[in-house]
Design a protein around this ligand. Structure first.
Ligand code: AMP
Length: 291
């Protein structure tokens, strides 16, 4: 039976008992508007853990002043149904006041250098907001394992650094990106796309495929591969490129000469939706799925 819990104290008391009984707690943090991408993380947690906790919290701290905090889709009833279908044990759904009782938290976590490139350029402070809420969620849930999607590759790098640098006893599990049949990465923000924009949105995936093909054809210049990705996005007239990059998957530094695995990452606006996607590839362009 799914327990829907709003109170952090109630959550903690319940999970304390389960941890004391020696059960492994798995955790999937989300912002709701759940889709098949989230479901794949939940399925993995269900297969690997005794107790599965899913949080649904749209975190104000990770949205900039002109971003889509108010418009972000909120579909809690459907989210709870999806949790029930996937045999989740606890849905943790704190209100903003429950999460941030003083309003603006005094103590925050910074993502440091890892929060600056890629999405950090357009979304200053975003990864500090992510690191802060993930630290708080880990404090509330006390998971043994936490599941994050590789679709948000920079977020995954930041969260791995968070648990390493703040010595948090959590194993971070990165999960493969779930895509629509045409290749578009599933995202809660895909709901913003009208039918024409939806068709155009596949440009991000195509661009990453073009980047991989450039590697497969022998290109070894990181900036040239990034340029291929950028040009492919820009050839879609409904798309407005934010960035295309070829970076080190661990440090997120730009790669000049491709002689090891690279992260090809892209962000673009399609209509009002800002979409992101990425692929990790070997120097000869083969996609790498695991961590
Ligand atoms: P969000 O609700 O967008 O904050 O996402 C919650 C978690 O689901 C994050 O770890 C995301 O990386 C992951 N996620 C979102 N979309 C996908 C997807 N298409 N495939 C795999 N994981 C995803």
């Amino acid at each position: 039976m799914l327990r829907v819990v709003e109170s952090t104290t109630e959550l903690r008391v319940g999970l304390d008992a389960e941890r004391a009984a020696g059960l492994v707690v798995g955790f999937v943090p989300t912002m709701g508007a759940l889709h098949a991408g989230h479901a794949s993380l939940i399925r993995r947690a269900r297969a690997e853990c005794d107790v599965v906790v899913v949080s649904v919290f749209v975190n104000p701290l990770q949205f900039g002043p002109n971003e889509d905090l108010d418009a972000y889709p909120r579909t809690l009833d459907d989210d709870i149904r999806l949790c029930e279908q996937h045999k989740v044990d606890v849905a943790y759904v704190p209100s903003p006041a429950e999460m941030y009782p003083t309003g603006d938290p005094e103590i925050r976590v910074t993502a440091g250098r890892l929060g600056l490139p890629l999405c950090g350029r357009t979304r200053p402070g975003h990864f500090d907001g992510v690191a802060t809420v993930v630290a708080k969620l880990f404090g509330a849930v006390g998971p043994c394992r936490a599941y994050f999607g590789r679709k948000d590759a920079q977020q995954l790098v930041v969260v791995k650094a968070l648990v390493r640098d703040l010595t948090m006893p959590v194993e971070i599990v990165g999960c493969e990106t779930v895509r629509e049949p045409d290749g578009l990465a599933m995202s809660s923000r895909n709901r913003y796309l009208d039918p024409d924009d939806r068709k155009a949105a596949v440009a991000l995936f195509r661009a990453l495929e073009a980047g991989r093909k450039a590697l497969a054809d022998g290109e070894r210049s990181g900036p040239k591969v990034a340029e291929v990705v950028a040009a492919t996005v820009s050839s879609e007239r409904r798309a407005r490129l934010d960035y295309a990059a070829c970076v080190d998957p661990g440090t997120l530094d730009d790669v000049v000469n491709v002689d090891g695995p690279v992260l090809l990452a892209v962000a673009a606006w399609i209509g009002t939706a800002r979409l992101i996607d990425n692929v990790t590839a070997t120097p000869d362009g083969a996609a790498i799925q695991e961590d």
